[in-house]
Design a protein around this ligand. Structure first.
Ligand code: ADP
Length: 394
């Protein structure tokens, strides 16, 4: 690896995914190493693979000798430095879930910016603290390294006000109780990639379904987000692996009043015990549900597809029409049965899925007669972060 290298970090509560990109200044940075540290806080395991997914290294620690987060990042940086092959580590880019209303673009991290990002913790209590902890630990381990925050909310900041506003008293909206939208780095990548695949769609009205263990959808018009299914938190919109998606807020009042549930109890119910897992009682994993013969598993799949089709109609309405539909992320990229079922429900819109192309996960999975084309585009949030980090370096 010569030239410079960029480190990309996506830090969660107990795991930290990382990628090292080679950046020779020509074309997009290229991923050279991918890996993760799992079991942070208990028994950490480090794994790294090369660009062809061949294992490069593994290491594990048992309880007593396990380093803390800063120690693990120091280990990671030392390991990366040894595997840079002559390149210089120029910067680290982080996925940060919340940039509030302030950040519509990535930002170079300073103590002042960190203080501000700390203020968004109440808006994303399950993710933001871990994102920020990794930044702090990396700064401690490598103080002179440039660090850049790339926000999941930023791509949606340009949405019209109607799409960002709840019908609540104004003072709450002004305080920040509004629709932010998430998965922005994934949608931004798709908005950049789609015109390379279908040049005619550069100015088009496109509905993108990001279907992973977290799932959301976005209306993109002319490359910009105009509406999304996730709102104030990553709970809104589609049902997900374990999250409920859109729910009548009256249900929460009922749970508090009649079941005596407090905030923590409701949080665990809606984030961890609902969605595909809650409806099926079988699994949060789409593969397991598709293989199951349990009728509740079938109902969970049906509910998921029903809501995707329903939101497609809503998002198309936000754009005054629809010129293409795109599937991405784990389920969107790999689950032909889910795509086929959604396509079927959108028959009224003139969508026609080509069975063979769909089964083969081809890039275009609609028939020539389909009124709108349907695409499968693998997302690459890490590349988007690497690009932003390079731009921040100037
Ligand atoms: P995350 O949101 O954690 O990044 P991914 O985008 O990796 O998630 O998607 C994970 C989900 O993708 C899992 O819940 C799994 O059910 C689903 N998935 C992966 N491969 C397949 C497949 N071949 N068929 C159906 N679902 C799949």
């Amino acid at each position: 690896m010569s030239g410079r290298a960029l480190l990309v970090i996506n830090a969660g509560s107990s795991s930290l995914k990382f990628s090292v990109f080679r950046d020779d200044g020509q074309g997009d940075p290229a991923a050279a190493i991918n890996g993760q540290i799992s079991g942070i806080g208990t028994t950490p395991v480090f794994e790294a693979k090369d660009a062809k997914r061949a294992p490069l290294a593994t290491r594990s620690w048992t309880g007593g000798e396990a380093p803390d987060r800063a120690g693990l990042l120091r280990f990671l940086l030392d390991w990366i430095e040894e595997h840079l092959d002559g390149a210089t580590l120029a910067a680290a880019g982080h996925r940060v879930v919340h940039g509030g209303t302030r950040y519509a673009a990535p930002v170079r991290l300073t103590p002042e910016v960190m203080d501000e990002l700390e203020g968004f913790v109440p808006l994303a209590p399950l993710h933001q603290p871990h994102n920020l902890a990794a930044i702090r630990a990396l700064a401690e381990a490598h103080p002179e390294l440039v660090q850049v925050a790339c926000f999941d909310t930023a791509f949606h900041r340009g949405q019209p006000w109607q799409a960002q506003t709840f019908a609540l008293p104004r003072e709450l909206t002004e305080e920040g109780v509004r629709r932010y939208g998430f998965h922005g780095l994934s949608y931004e990548y798709i908005a950049r990639r789609l015109p390379q695949i279908a040049p005619g769609l550069a100015d088009g009205r496109v509905v993108v379904a990001h279907l992973g263990s977290g799932a959301s959808m976005c209306a993109i018009h002319g490359g910009r987000s105009v509406d999304s299914t996730m709102g104030f938190t990553a709970l809104d919109g589609l049902p997900m692996g374990t999250r409920c998606g859109t729910i009548d807020p009256g249900v929460l009042i009922y749970l508090m009043r009649e079941k005596g549930m407090d905030a923590g109890c409701i949080e665990r119910l809606l984030y961890n015990r609902s969605g595909l897992l809650g409806v099926s009682g079988v699994s949060n994993d789409m593969r397991a549900l598709l293989e199951s013969i349990d009728p509740h598993a079938e109902q969970a799949v049906e509910l998921f597809c029903f809501r995707i089709a329903k939101e497609t109609g809503a998002l198309a309405s936000s754009m005054g029409g629809i010129d293409a539909l795109v599937f991405t992320a784990g389920i969107g990229e790999r689950s032909a049965p889910v795509r086929a079922r959604v396509g079927d429900k959108l028959g009224w819109l003139g969508v026609a899925i080509d069975e063979e192309a769909n089964e083969a996960n081809r890039s275009c999975i609609s028939t020539p007669a389909s009124r709108i084309p349907v695409y499968v585009i693998p997302t690459d949030e890490e590349l988007m972060i690497a690009l932003h980090t390079r731009n921040a370096l100037g």
